[in-house]
Ligand binder design. Structure first.
Ligand code: BG6
Length: 472
């Protein structure tokens, strides 16, 4: 039996990063919430390493992109920082150096034969917009985001053909308004639901503007990047299954449904109404969401969510929270990435593929992030100075095998991007866990290709790879 897995023709073999995690904050006209947070609370970041330099992409993009080509990547996602491109946040007037920089990055990417995928928001709200207007709590900020997007489309739409509005928008809701892992660490369920609506509205409004500007006619496509964490119930009891459906509605379908179908899941709206925490919206705004659906979907997948029915006495005093309807389930024996504390469950790749095929019109989609963050990779360096990250290669293969199965059963997946090409700054984890195909020495700034970087080159050249001997 042939053990080789071949992917569809033209498959994207690529990798993703974001502006705030790779560029460094050199020459930006504004600060993002992360620049600001680091300034006021550096101890919140691993080893007190902040977003000032990150992987120095602002200065080294030419060498970096050449290395991406060297490891065979045919596509690459990064993000345009609102705080770099835009000088006047109210009017959307661009900053000269920001325009120069992103033009250079886009041109250099294309001249290396790599397809650029440009994202517009990767958790990096300008701090001024939070201080003045309450950030995503405000519909005025939605308008300003559309102005920023319009500026980007007009400047770069002639060359960038794949755009995405947001990366992991549910993380804004969770991190900033529910579970306190991103600044401003507000805990307020009602505000969180308004932010959830406003960010959906922002995405749809940008898509609408994209189409009004005629970018689709010029071959442009626009999508959104969602982190899908399939919710698996503890057991097949009705209560556990219901808890997992609700968790799924809050954390997956709350963006997936509006993005692909143009409306929110009925179950979610019903619960929020019942609890008195439904967002404020107008008929016109609902219409924008209804019409502003995506051309394609990016799916970030790292870990599943395990859920059980709410246990008596497990309610807390944080006020209204989605957790009112479920408890997270700590499944015994689950396989873990101990460095990141995330469960490893490759089969979810297949489940996601089939869910999109059956419940989301089989819309074109790609894996926009998948990866394994590992601490202390220096201990795997061999005599030639190469990090032998076999664990990462195995992680990718296992996930790709399940993805391939989904594709062979008809799911419309056109690519696989890992997180991340070159070790980059991971928010509060800073440089603790490394994800890249290419290692960065923080002291010397030297970049070296890991074993996985050599592996992906072969995979990309062959458009596939030989299966692991044993299914896990
Ligand atoms: C995704 C994000 O959630 O996962 C990235 O889009 C992030 O920005 C990546 O870096 C890995 O997570 P972390 O928290 O380990 O950096």
């Amino acid at each position: 039996m042939d053990n080789k897995l071949i992917f569809p023709e033209g498959f994207w073999w690529g990798s993703a990063t974001s502006g705030p995690q790779s560029e460094g904050s050199f020459n930006k006209p504004h600060e993002s919430i992360f620049d600001y947070w680091y300034k006021i609370e550096p101890e919140a970041f691993f080893d007190k390493v902040g977003p000032r330099i990150t992987s120095n992409f602002y200065n080294s993009y030419k060498e970096d992109l050449a290395m991406l080509k060297e490891i065979g990547l045919n596509s690459f996602r990064t993000s345009i920082q609102w705080t770099r491109l835009i000088k006047d946040l109210e009017t959307g007037e661009p900053d000269e150096d920001g325009v120069r920089f992103y033009n250079a990055v886009i041109d250099e990417t294309i001249s290396n034969g790599i397809i650029p995928v440009m994202n517009l928001h990767h958790f990096d709200l300008p701090i001024e917009l939070y201080e003045k207007y309450g950030g995503w709590e405000s519909k005025h900020v939605v308008k300003l985001f559309v102005r920023f997007a319009e500026t980007a489309f007009k400047l770069f739409g002639d060359r960038v053909k794949y755009w995405t509005t947001f990366n992991e928008p549910i993380v804004i809701v969770e991190g900033q308004y529910l579970y306190e892992f991103h600044y401003p660490k507000v805990v307020d369920g009602k505000k969180a639901m308004q932010v959830l609506y406003n960010v959906n509205l922002a995405s749809a409004s940008v898509i609408k503007r994209f189409r009004e500007l005629g970018l689709q006619e010029q071959g442009g496509k626009i999508g959104i990047i969602l982190n899908l964490t399939p919710a698996y119930p503890r057991s097949d009891s009705d209560e556990d299954i219901e808890a997992s459906r609700i968790a799924d509605a809050f954390f997956n379908a709350s963006f997936l449904d509006p993005a692909v179908k143009g409306s929110f899941p009925e179950k979610l709206v019903e619960l929020l109404k019942m609890d008195g925490v439904l967002w404020e919206s107008t008929v016109e705004e609902d219409r924008v969401i209804n019409e502003g659906t995506v051309d394609f979907l990016g799916v970030n997948y790292y870990q599943p969510r395990r859920v059980k029915a709410k246990e008596a006495g497990s309610l807390d005093d944080r006020g209204w929270m989605p957790d009112k309807y479920f408890d997270n389930y700590d499944m015994p024996g689950k396989r873990m990435n101990p460095y990141r504390g995330w469960e490893i469950y490759p089969k979810a790749m297949y489940d996601i593929a089939i869910n999109i095929r059956d419940n989301y019109d089989n819309i074109p989609w790609f894996i926009s992030e998948n990866g394994m963050g590992v601490q202390g990779e220096e201990k795997y360096v061999n005599e030639e100075g190469i990090i032998e990250d076999d664990y990462r290669i195995e992680f990718f293969k296992e996930h790709l095998q399940y993805l391939h199965q989904g594709i062979s059963e008809g799911s419309n997946c056109f690519g696989y991007h890992t997180w991340t090409p070159i070790d980059c700054w991971s928010w509060t984890n800073a440089y603790k866990n490394r994800y890249g195909f290419i290692a960065v020495d923080l002291k010397t700034k030297n970049k070296t290709i890991k074993k996985s970087g050599r592996w992906i080159k072969e995979v990309s050249e062959n458009n596939g790879f030989y299966k692991l001997s044993q299914d896990k």
